[in-house]
Design a protein around this ligand. Structure first.
Ligand code: ADP
Ligand code: MG
Length: 700
């Protein structure tokens, strides 16, 4: 039978020439079950003559890729057992050495094979590569393609895969056969007009060149096309969600935006920044319109988001509605409440804090006043979304630190009114590409300006051994009448131990170095009243030093605090460190953030601490964090499941994302039901991706 006619993208891989049930099972274990899956198993890198260093030109301490023939390879029993391969090309010979995984390496290639090695060149007697990455390119006596200038794809593999013949070379062979058998029957997944508008190459062509590019340009074109496709369907999803929100609901039109807000703004002892004014105008416009507002305010720590939310809530109240402010932690909710209720009291508007720890009868009373509409502003944690909480007429929902809430919690709170407007706030600045991806269904306002007179926080990295000096520095700061935070990490795994650490340190410090100063202790296990008391004391200046676990991470606002000392800084995430640092530098005085690390720390830990020392810019920090941790960790993407991005990179593919977004938005605008004839391909693909892969259709 002619293979070409019998295999299609849907064919199970085991029917490919040379793959039986056993090898198919190994492929299955890495998610490859059909020929199509194989076509989407992309190389991890490529090499050609331009990227290969001739052996004679290897310089010590540089990263190189070499390609050569294995001249001799053997296990050497010396002082330390090792596997050594002498590798030669036309320019010279070099040694590759392995001390570990000897059994596996010794089977991976044999004399006469052509192999690519990548790694750092070091000198030990002569130049050598220790534990280099390797990919078998050709077996002995196979014709050599490197010197014909072709780009050679190198595939991800593993010990298990390569034991079954799926090393780079093995993958290259089966993928080549899959392409020649089924490449022509791969169906296009984007409509022609989108390909044309965006100057994209067709899918068949793209897949071919992903694996076997003619040159680097054709590879780039292939990658662009495939990245575009990934981002396009994601953007299509977001655009459709947004369309649903804008047109299938009727929101509240808050027509009055006058006296109360003017009075409030007039009474502030500062002037709003231009950025705050701009964002407020955007919110006004949204609230006036009868569309449901779904706006994210993004602003670095200290940029003044709280005021904006307060003014928005005033608009709701002025129009006879209630507003709710939801925060991720008790501490933050309490902080907001303390800040906010003074402002509202002055205007005669009734506010309430809903928190854990009320007795049943207290709760009942609270629920009653909320339901009666007597209370206009309710501040709380996720306790707000409990079933018993009912509003008379909830018109605006504000959610602080929104990335900490799940989609469901947000939806539940919104369900407590009829189509209330929603304002989300985040101090975790999201790089623009991320914002478009994650919040393509939201409008985003950015407060990109700090109130005037703020000085950048001076950030330094110190060792535990520097503590005596730091303590005397702290004493001087207290003498100047300023205040200090000392923060200890709280890790979920060992909450008790860390808590003990903070408590013990508090006691030690109060009895020794700082025995003449006034210390406070705060941690998450304290009762709300206790926390409030500690916080109030610190706010009013009755405490000099607040020793705390990370509960103070967000929202705490004491302008007189000028030093943030963070113990075990290496244990904190970068964004978390930035948030903590944001607790100081809120007043006119010079502020300091002192990061203390102890013992050995990982490279990543070093990178985080260093990044914080290097910049005060929240956007740069977020980008760095994105690089270090990836989007899933950072923005809770997990709650949506995997975004399905295999090759598109949210950090670097902003241009492609823009185009994908424009195309998606245009299509949804013209055909919100995707019903046009030329969208058939797209509609099918869309439903396939989002129904099968994400199970997301009809949940929004
Ligand atoms: P965020 O929530 O964005 O971190 P906050 O709303 O807590 O920031 O504001 C930080 C501090 O700056 C608060 O003390 C607030 O009263 C003050 N603030 C807000 N806007 C301004 C402004 N335009 N000028 C001066 N101070 C401001
Ligand atoms: Mg805030």
């Amino acid at each position: 039978m002619n293979e070409k006619n019998t295999i299609s993208p849907d064919t199970p891989v085991q029917y490919l020439k040379g793959i039986g049930p056993k090898r198919a099972a190994v492929l299955q274990s890495v998610g490859i079950s059909t020929v199509e899956d194989l076509l989407y198993y992309f190389p991890r890198r490529y090499i050609d003559r331009s990227t290969i260093t001739p052996i004679a030109r290897i310089r010590p301490d540089t990263e190189v890729t070499i390609v050569g023939k294995i001249l001799v390879c053997q296990i050497v029993q010396g002082r330390r057992k090792r596997f050594v391969a002498q590798v030669g090309d036309s320019s010279g010979i070099v040694q590759c050495v392995w001390f570990q995984g000897i059994r596996y390496i010794s089977r991976a290639f044999k004399n006469g094979d052509t192999v690519a090695f990548s790694g750092k060149a070091t000198v030990y007697r002569s130049i050598q590569l220790v534990h280099p990455d390797f990919d078998k390119i050709y077996e002995e006596n196979e014709p050599d393609g490197i010197n014909t200038g072709r780009i050679i794809p190198l595939y991800p593999s593993s010990e298990k895969l390569s034991a079954m013949g799926f090393d780079s070379r093995g993958f290259r062979r089966v993928i080549k056969s899959a392409l020649s058998g089924a490449g022509d029957s791969v169906k296009e997944t984007l409509p022609d007009f989108i390909l044309e508008e965006n100057k994209l190459t067709g899918l068949q062509n793209a897949l071919r060149h992903m694996h076997f590019p003619d040159n680097w340009q054709s590879l780039e074109r292939a990658r662009t096309r495939l990245k575009f496709e990934e981002l396009f369907y994601l953007q299509l999803f977001l655009a459709l969600e947004r369309d649903k929100r804008e047109f299938s609901h009727t929101g509240i039109s808050f027509s009055k935006t006058g006296n109360l807000t003017k009075k409030f703004i007039g009474n502030l002892h500062f002037e709003l920044t231009n950025a705050q004014k701009r964002v407020l105008r955007e919110i006004y416009d949204d609230m006036k319109s009868d569309r449901v507002m779904n706006r994210l305010i993004q602003g670095d720590v200290g940029s003044g988001k709280t005021i904006i939310s307060v003014i928005s809530m005033l608009i709701a109240v002025e129009n006879g509605y209630q507003a709710a402010l939801m925060a991720p932690t008790e501490i933050l909710a309490e902080q907001h409440y303390i800040t906010i209720h003074k402002w509202f009291d002055a205007l005669g508007i009734k506010t309430m804090l809903l928190r854990g720890g009320h007795t049943a009868s207290q709760r009942k009373e609270i629920y009653k006043t909320i339901a009666s509409g007597e209370v206009k502003i309710v501040v709380g944690t996720h306790a707000l979304v409990q079933d018993q909480v009912e509003f008379k007429n909830l018109g605006l929902v504000v959610i602080d630190e929104q990335h900490r809430f799940g989609v469901m919690q947000r939806a539940k709170l919104m369900g407590k009114g009829s189509n209330p407007d929603v304002l989300l706030m985040t101090a975790t600045p999201i790089p623009r590409t991320m914002a478009l991806t994650l919040y393509g269904d939201l409008d985003v306002s950015v407060i990109d300006e700090l109130p005037s007179g703020r000085q950048p926080v001076i950030t330094v990295w110190r060792r535990a051994s520097d503590k005596p000096k730091i303590y005397s520095f702290i004493k001087d700061i207290v003498k100047k009448g300023q205040q200090i935070y000392i923060v200890y990490p709280l890790l979920e795994e060992s909450e008790k131990i860390d808590l003990a650490a903070a408590t013990e340190e508090y006691e030690r410090l109060s009895q020794t170095v700082f025995k003449d100063l006034r210390l406070g202790l705060m941690h998450g296990k304290m009762k709300p009243e206790e926390k409030e008391e500690v916080m109030n004391k610190f706010k009013s200046g009755d405490t000099d030093i607040l020793v705390s676990t990370t509960v103070i991470e967000v929202g705490v606002d004491v302008p007189n605090a000028t030093v943030m000392l963070i113990e075990h800084a290496e244990r904190f995430g970068l964004t978390q460190l930035h948030q903590l640092r944001g607790r100081v530098g809120r007043g006119k005085e010079k502020s300091y953030c002192i990061l203390i690390t102890g013992g050995r720390i990982s490279n990543e830990g070093v990178a985080r601490v260093q990044a914080l020392v290097n910049t005060n810019d929240g956007f740069k920090i977020a980008e760095e964090d994105l690089k270090l941790r990836g989007p899933g960790e950072l923005y809770g993407i997990r709650q949506h499941g995997d975004l399905g991005l295999k090759i598109a990179d949210l950090v670097t593919d902003g241009d492609i994302l823009d185009k994908a977004r424009k195309s998606a938005v245009k299509i949804v605008k013209e055909h919100p039901d995707l019903s046009a004839d030329n969208l058939k391909v797209l509609k099918n693909r869309y439903f396939k991706i989002y129904k099968e892969r994400f199970g997301l259709i009809n949940v929004g």
